[in-house]
Design a binder for this molecule. Sequence first.
Ligand SMILES: [Ca+2]
Ligand SMILES: [Ca+2]
Ligand SMILES: [Ca+2]
Length: 492
Amino acid sequence: MKKYLILAALALVAATACTKTDAPELSVTNASLKVDASGGKATFSVLSNTDWTVSFTKDTWYTLSATSGHGNGFVEITVEPYKDAGARSAAFTVEAGSLSQTVTLVQNAPAPPSEIASTEIRVPAMGGTFTADIPAGFNVTTNVYWPELLTVDKVEDGRITFTVASNPHAEKGIDAANHIYVYMSDGKTMLAQIDITQSWRNVEPGELLIEEVYFTGSPIEGSASPSTDQYIKLTNNSDHVIYADGVMFVTNYITGTITSVGAYLEYPELSDGLAVNNMYVIPGKGDEHPVAPGESLILALAAIDYTASYGDGETIIEGNPNAIDLSKADFEFYDENEIYPDTDNPDVENLEIWFKASATITSLHNRGFESYAIVIPPSGETAESILNNRHWTGTYYFHFREWNFDFDLAEEDVWVIPGEWVLDAVNCSLEDSFYQNPWPAAFDAGWTHAGEYDKDPDRFGKSVLRKSQGGKLVDTNNSTNDFTPNATPSLK
Ligand SMILES: [Ca+2]
Ligand SMILES: [Ca+2]
Ligand SMILES: [Ca+2]
């Protein structure tokens, strides 16, 4: 459109020009050009009856279609996009003989968004390198609230890359906060604020899940007792690599079932937290056991190939073709015990024992009376600190037929794991023995099972297995909904 107007103007001038004398003439139209930050084209026209030239300071942000001409003509300036704060300008001098005219070009700065862009990011205690989106189309400067804990590595158009150091408060279980402020190049006009919450832990609730517990063991042909090929499968249900170092596997202390002789234990209310008495911990300093998204860790009660014969010279246990090869497990429960020696596969790392309830060797209750959870204590916690500081005191009541007894919990091996340490929890019970869920409803509102009733011989060879949907495990914190009971073990 503009071009047509210019041509019309040129035609008008040309019609009158021939009536003038031969003295040099020079004028320009559109002497004040304005272009917005996105760049583009701007045109001025030269009205002259002779040769003319355009002189200017060369710069990278504009190019001219012509720098000289004869008679009437026009010059188109192509302008690059602009990302800095404050307008920029250039001047062009058009000369014809002794005459000269000046054309100015002003390019506006990009307009900041009406609202400061705000982003919240949660990062693990160990830190790492992360990216965040920022408004595109600006050259920016950044400012960091705690620069000793965060470095901005790279700023690209619309994206910032930064590295976070490890959380200095992680030992105490306290999240850390930091902020990146993003400004236009003037260092004053704020474009974005990135709020970084750094967790005190490397695994968040729901990221690592109990996918499966195989507590029954595989049936042995012609025997009432199964193989002891028990395992727990933990799976990374997040979209990023997580580090399982320090994750603790616990079992319940509160009984969830009424025994076959009618006995059950009644406990004081425990509204938030888990009452536990087995604590086995994945070793490592925080970055030793990466688990890729969708990948699993197998915790074997014994890392034995149960399909092949095993044992020492005196006791050989024959291989069971129904059983599972657990010799490639990621970790095993190894309990040093002189009277009942546990097996120790040298190729499979042992879990750290923070507390074990069994006087002999830990195994899973194969009738399904136990509930299971994974938790992560702050890095400053130790077996000693938990055993010394988190004992559950109170009184519980033992009901057996018409007799009632009360016991002091202070004398029992029971500790309270705070609710905020809990990553995932699974209640197990049986229809005919159900009394109460050991884990509070906030962590698991339901329960699952292998076998239909207490001592069901058909339970052997069956696990409790979390359902999956659309490539992700189901986790509504309700095992009745989330688990398939009586499932075929996934390692079979
Ligand atoms: Ca063992
Ligand atoms: Ca081992
Ligand atoms: Ca859960």
